[in-house]
Design a protein around this ligand. Structure first.
Ligand code: AMP
Length: 200
């Protein structure tokens, strides 16, 4: 099973992806996590990405596509994966289509977490407060100014992917404003339907 979770920052993609890992035994591929790891390591990619991420911009398609192309070749990704935070531009979606075609494997589902934008800043602030309460470091880009920029990037560059996948008949939309467990249940229903369809 190969799927994409699509939605703005704070929509709950990471939370839902982690639950799907446990339920479906497939890996979560979060480009945000991979980039943060590269920044922490101080690798060449990390050095290039850091300033862009701190400003709430998008890292170049070339860098991100390169990271994903390598990652999906690793053994643990062969059974399937959940892409969380990728693709974020049409160019990335086209590159992903090319990678999957090259491997001869399909994309099974694109699940959009639809949320009310006016609630996203509050969600980001909750995530930051919970992280702080656990004594962990809050993400440098989880502050109101940078978050506003991340939302603009989403609207301008990532939201067009909704139509990209809808026009290919791949888009499934879930109400991301529902309780976390309800969102998980809605995603599970979609995946079960996909599984039985692919069994024919
Ligand atoms: P996330 O954890 O998904 O919110 O990503 C955090 C930051 O990493 C984003 O604001 C971008 O700067 C960068 N990033 C993550 N995924 C991508 C992507 N697919 N394309 C470009 N930049 C990305």
């Amino acid at each position: 099973m190969r799927l994409i979770l699509l939605g703005p920052p704070g929509a709950g993609k990471g939370t839902q992806a982690q639950r799907l890992v446990v339920r479906h035994g497939i890996v979560q591929l979060s480009t945000g996590d991979m980039l943060r790891a590269a920044v922490a390591e101080g690798s060449e990619v990390g050095l290039k990405a850091k300033a862009v991420m701190d400003a709430g911009g998008l890292v170049s398609d070339e860098i991100v596509v390169g990271i994903v192309a390598e990652r999906i070749e690793l053994p643990d990704a062969q059974k399937g994966f959940i892409l969380d935070g990728f693709p974020r531009t049409i160019a990335q979606a086209e590159a992903l289509d090319g990678m999957l075609a090259g491997k001869g494997v399909p994309l099974d589902a694109v699940i959009e977490l639809k949320v009310d934008e006016s609630r996203l800043v509050g969600r980001m602030e909750n995530r930051a407060a919970e992280t702080r309460a656990k004594g962990e470091n809050v993400r440098r880009d989880d502050n109101p100014e940078v978050f506003a920029k991340r939302l603009v990037e989403y609207r301008e560059l990532t939201a067009p992917l909704v139509d990209y996948y809808r026009s290919r008949g791949m888009l499934q939309t879930v109400d991301g404003m529902a309780a976390i467990d309800e969102v998980t249940a809605a995603i599970d229903r979609i995946l079960k339907a996909e599984e039985s369809a692919s069994r024919g």
